[in-house]
Design a protein around this ligand. Structure first.
Ligand code: ZN
Length: 66
């Protein structure tokens, strides 16, 4: 079991994968979330469409996103 633990620790140490990303500004973990944003397609008809965006959220910008 010790072997398995070590492998996991190595992966984390290398920082592979965005799920374990740490923000260099606030030092907090970065969360990957999906945000649905409306955007105007036709100004006269007031037609909106929704677009899904993948956003990285940490303490720096969580207030802007939520
Ligand atoms: Zn941050």
């Amino acid at each position: 079991m010790a072997r398995k633990k070590r492998t996991f620790a190595d992966k984390v140490a290398k920082g592979t994968g965005p799920r374990h990303a740490i923000c260099p500004v606030c030092g907090g973990g970065i969360q990957i979330i999906k945000v649905v944003k409306p955007y105007l397609v036709d100004d006269e008809k007031k037609t909106y469409r929704y677009r899904e965006e993948i956003t990285k959220v940490c303490k720096c910008n969580e207030k802007e996103v939520f």
